[in-house]
Design a protein around this ligand. Structure first.
Ligand code: SF4
Length: 402
């Protein structure tokens, strides 16, 4: 094993980046989407109106991660390049990584996976980051690391590290199985591993945590619910005194807000109105917020139905579906192939957490407005494919090439 740390390599040289930009644009750009955007996000033809949200698709963090992965493929050509899990939550983009020759490691590689790696190998850390234990293990193998972690995710890490330093338990609003939340939780342990965290998935769970904060309760029962969502050695009787709420960057703002209010109120009631044992940092990223705000605006324009495009495991995309599904038919699709016919659509059911097939989704022969949005990990070419497919199924002429 080579004990020397890998040399720092600047991937973002003008030469490399001009090559990368051309390659990325050829894979993900859509002239049609850009043209519709430049016309205010509306495309009318025959009896069909397509309305795009004002903000959708790739965010700055995803664009940067993809650029770095493409740059790594160019700069380290000839070396084995591995990706920890998925670069972002989009199956088409991850498939493209494979085409570039990038191999996939599990997001949480075990000793056997890591045993494969050596100093000549390159390991890409995805946009949501990776757990400290994984990063340290990869470093120990002497690999060249290309870290694409989004700056907004690192801002959350700064908050939870600060909590650990001040003996404050980080309550993380997120999904305990999500890569970003696991990466954040690992930072909440602090450098000495003595920090504490509890991951809270939703308002109902926050209510149960609030109950325990205020009144105590059965610690064993509590830990049965949070066994996979708490730091090692977590004891609710000890570690729910000083709380700092942070969130996965891609959560639903209204839910995060409700959760912090529940916990703040519980701490205040327990401590006789004193809130000094409570802190809250809103760490929802700007891109997630912009896409949620843009969807509310799109819904105010009353589309007859909504198509949300993105990976089924994408947190920010799932929340877009949650926002819209209350008010109108909302179809969460991976790409245009899900739109099988004007009758049949394959889509993800966020309640059942599975892909399903429905019929009668696209009315024909009447004026119709179709709203379209996409999560932060969805490239524009997939949005264009979907627009074209809707128009085709509606029997409209395809848009002229811009
Ligand atoms: S969704 Fe937010 S946190 Fe995630 S990569 Fe994009 S900007 Fe960064």
């Amino acid at each position: 094993m080579d004990p020397r740390p890998p040399a720092h390599v600047n991937l973002r040289t003008p030469d490399v980046m001009s090559h990368v930009q051309a390659q990325v644009e050829s894979h993900y750009r859509s002239d049609l989407v850009e043209a519709i955007r430049s016309r205010g996000g509306v495309h009318r033809i025959g009896m069909t109106t397509i309305r795009l949200a004002k903000q959708f698709g790739f965010c700055y963090g995803v664009e940067r991660a993809i650029d770095l992965a493409y740059a790594a493929a160019k700069v380290f050509a000839g070396r084995r390049i591995f990706l920890l899990g998925e670069i972002i939550h989009n199956p088409d983009v991850n498939a493209q990584m494979t085409v570039l020759g990038i191999r996939h490691l599990p997001a949480r590689p075990d000793a056997d996976d890591l045993g494969e790696l050596g100093p000549d190998d390159v390991v890409i850390v995805p946009a949501f980051g990776a757990e400290t234990g994984t990063i340290n293990a990869v470093k120990e193998r002497g690999c060249q690391i290309v870290d694409t972690t989004c700056g907004d995710v690192m801002s959350v890490w700064k908050r939870v590290r600060q909590n650990a330093a001040e003996q404050v338990t980080s309550v993380i609003h997120g999904k305990s199985s999500h890569e970003e939340t696991r990466a954040t939780a690992s930072r909440a342990l602090g450098p000495d591993g003595r920090g504490q965290y509890l991951i809270v998935m939703d308002i109902a769970q926050a209510g149960r945590v609030g109950e325990f904060v205020e009144h105590g309760g059965n610690a064993d029962g509590f830990m049965r619910e949070f066994a996979d969502a708490a730091s090692p050695g977590f004891d609710p009787c000890i570690h729910l005194v000083r709380l700092g709420v942070a969130n996965q960057t891609t959560m639903l703002r209204s839910e995060t807000e409700a959760i912090q209010q529940i916990l703040r109120a519980a701490v205040a009631r327990r401590d006789g109105g004193d809130e000094s044992n409570f802190r809250y940092f809103d760490t929802i990223c700007g891109a997630t917020q912009d896409r949620q705000d843009a969807l509310f605006h799109l819904l105010s324009e009353s589309p007859d139905l909504l198509i949300v495009i993105g990976g089924y495991n994408s947190s920010n995309t799932t929340h877009l579906v949650e926002i819209a599904a209350h008010s109108r038919p909302t179809w969460f699709v991976r790409n245009f192939e899900c739109l099988r016919s004007s009758d049949e659509i394959v889509h993800y059911d966020i309640e059942k957490k599975s892909e399903t097939t429905s019929s009668g989704w696209l009315p024909l022969g009447i004026p119709l407005t179709v709203g379209i949005t996409a999560g932060a990990s969805c490239p524009n070419n997939l949005i264009e494919d979907t627009i074209q497919r809707v128009l085709e199924l509606r029997g409209e002429a395809p848009p002229a090439t811009p």
